[in-house]
Write a protein of this length. Structure first.
Length: 129
């Protein structure tokens, strides 16, 4: 059985704010997720991150523990933890290159007070693009 996690966190310092930092995060995520057969999609905007992760329960739990211990993040919150039969995501470490446009298309100004429905709307927009 597969699971889907929807997560949000505040990025610490310059994490996720520069191209170099984003490349570091995506590089490590890609390597870890390929090893663990996890698919993910991430959006970073103004110091906040939202991520959707899909994979086997054991692998997703291991990834979540790594994220909880990561000093580049704080206030990590799991918005949803849902069993799924099939994946929506296909990339090991997908990244939203136009976060402001994505947020605008789904009617959000920022990632504060994000809900599961908001994340689902972003996924629907991503799938349709």
């Amino acid at each position: 059985m597969l699971t889907r996690l929807m997560l949000t966190a505040e990025m610490v310092g310059l994490a996720g704010r520069s191209n170099w930092s984003i490349a570091e995060i995506l590089g490590a995520s890609d390597a870890n997720n390929r090893r663990d057969h996890i698919c993910s999609a991430m959006l970073l905007f103004e110091g906040r991150m939202v991520q959707v992760v899909e994979g086997k329960r054991l692998d997703v739990d291991r990834m979540l523990r790594r994220m909880q211990a990561d000093p580049r993040m704080k206030d990590l919150q799991v918005l949803a933890d849902t069993p799924i039969h099939s994946r929506l995501l296909a990339e090991a470490a997908g990244y939203c290159h136009q976060p402001a446009e994505t947020l605008s298309k789904v009617g959000l100004a920022d990632l504060e007070l994000l809900t599961v429905r908001d994340v689902e709307a972003m996924l629907d927009y991503r799938q349709a693009a």
